[in-house]
Ligand binder design. Structure first.
Ligand SMILES: Cc1ncc(COP(=O)(O)O)c(C=O)c1O
Length: 382
């Protein structure tokens, strides 16, 4: 008799926490036993306004009750308001809405290829941009790119933050260059304003479109609306997703007037992109970030963590705002220890770096719990 191995109804793609989650509130999530967990992972850098923020929930309920969906075949006032709101927040001129980070990057790279007529892209070592084919072309993660090596678009890959390598690179045939202003998956790697300015200057000189992948760095996380403001550089295109609508799936391609004016109707499109629910959630998200001073709170929380973690098992606090990396040679044991204290954090591609990307309104109580748990690690693992 042959036994058939059971195939789970839900395809396993990720090793989940050892408990299911039932609900969330602010900076905490609750499991099926009613236990609370401090969420420093933020549902993978998504929950900028905290879990189920009442303003977001109310906006969603009202929108669901009046118009749940209509595609771009109809003009929707809520979509127009969302575009006005997010372009003003980001300091850009025009928005195209889609549904995810990879889709935003795919469209940004497509726009660069389309508008320049060039066939090559540029990106940086350690960059992570998504799982669709153009996004994979610029992603530096061989375990997910290698099976598709023959189908990827040729990409010049440069070291991140290296001024000399940038100066000597040939961009004359490069359509677009994409960069995560802070490389998150690579282990929260940052670089200088000077390097971003040099990248902008180089793109201006060669007609290469500069794309900031702000899927993690945007929506107030660095203490400014987007990293573009933090680093003082205006890219041609910004891609956003994750926190954009507080967890309602949404992506956006934010562009300058110069880029938007060259695109024709039909160049970009999406059935669900800019749906009324996502747009209502985006409007509520920006309202909460601005009216509750969440950018200032994010910067203050980050400064507090930096100060309190100095001299602990964490040898370096990396990153900016609430996109932080905790460097420790004991990171695997520390992650386990934090889980035992009901604290969720993220790993990264660097085995010595844990990631913190909590809601921007993370409470003082949560910060205290994290700091105390990290300090207790040393006592319990002498
Ligand atoms: C920097 C960055 N870009 C793009 C993506 C892809 O976004 P999505 O998973 O929504 O397709 C991610 C996802 O983790 C990301 O961190």
């Amino acid at each position: 008799m042959t036994t058939v191995s059971p195939i789970p109804a839900l395809l396993p793609t990720y090793a989940p926490y050892p408990f299911p989650l039932i609900r969330g509130e602010g900076d905490r999530v609750f499991d099926n036993q009613g236990q609370a967990w401090w969420d420093f992972y933020g549902g993978h850098c998504v929950c900028v306004t905290g879990h189920s923020h009442p303003t977001v929930v109310k906006a969603l309920a009202a929108q669901a009750g009046s118009l749940l969906f209509y595609s771009a075949a109809a003009a929707l006032p809520v979509r127009d308001r969302a575009a006005t709101q997010i372009t003003a927040f980001a300091g850009m001129d025009s928005a195209f809405f889609c549904n995810s980070g990879a889709e935003a990057n795919e469209n940004a790279l497509k726009v660069a290829l389309l508008l320049t007529g060039r066939k090559k892209l540029a990106a940086f070592e350690g960059g992570w941009h998504g799982r669709t084919l153009l996004a994979l072309s610029v992603t530096d993660d061989p375990k997910i790119t290698e099976p598709f090596a023959d189908q990827l678009v040729p990409t010049l890959r440069l070291p991140f933050g290296d001024l000399a390598a940038l100066a000597s690179a040939d961009f004359s045939d490069i359509a677009g260059v994409i960069v995560e202003p802070i490389q998150s998956m690579a282990g929260i790697k940052t670089t200088s304003r000077q390097w971003f300015k040099a990248l902008r200057t180089k793109c201006n000189a060669t007609g290469t479109l500069l794309i900031f992948d702000e899927i993690q760095t945007g929506m107030g996380r660095l203490g400014t609306p987007f990293a573009a403001q933090f680093y003082g550089v205006r890219p041609d295109l910004i891609t956003s997703a994750k926190g954009l609508a507080s967890g309602v799936p949404m992506g956006a391609l934010l562009m300058t007037a110069a880029v938007a004016s060259k695109l024709k109707g039909g160049d970009l499109g999406s059935t669900f992109g800019g749906g009324p629910l996502a747009c209502a959630a985006l409007l509520a998200t920006v309202e909460v970030i601005t009216s509750e001073g969440l950018m200032g709170k994010a910067a203050a929380a980050a400064a507090h963590l930096r100060q309190e973690l100095t001299g602990s098992v964490v040898t370096e606090v990396l990153g900016e705002g609430l996109l932080l990396g905790l460097r420790s040679v004991h990171s695997a044991a520390l992650k386990k220890h934090l889980l035992s204290r009901n604290i969720l954090v993220g790993g990264s591609g660097d085995p010595t770096v844990l990631r913190l990307m909590p809601p921007l309104n993370v409470s003082g109580e949560a910060l205290l719990a994290l700091i105390a748990a990290i300090h207790s690690f040393v006592l319990e693992h002498p």
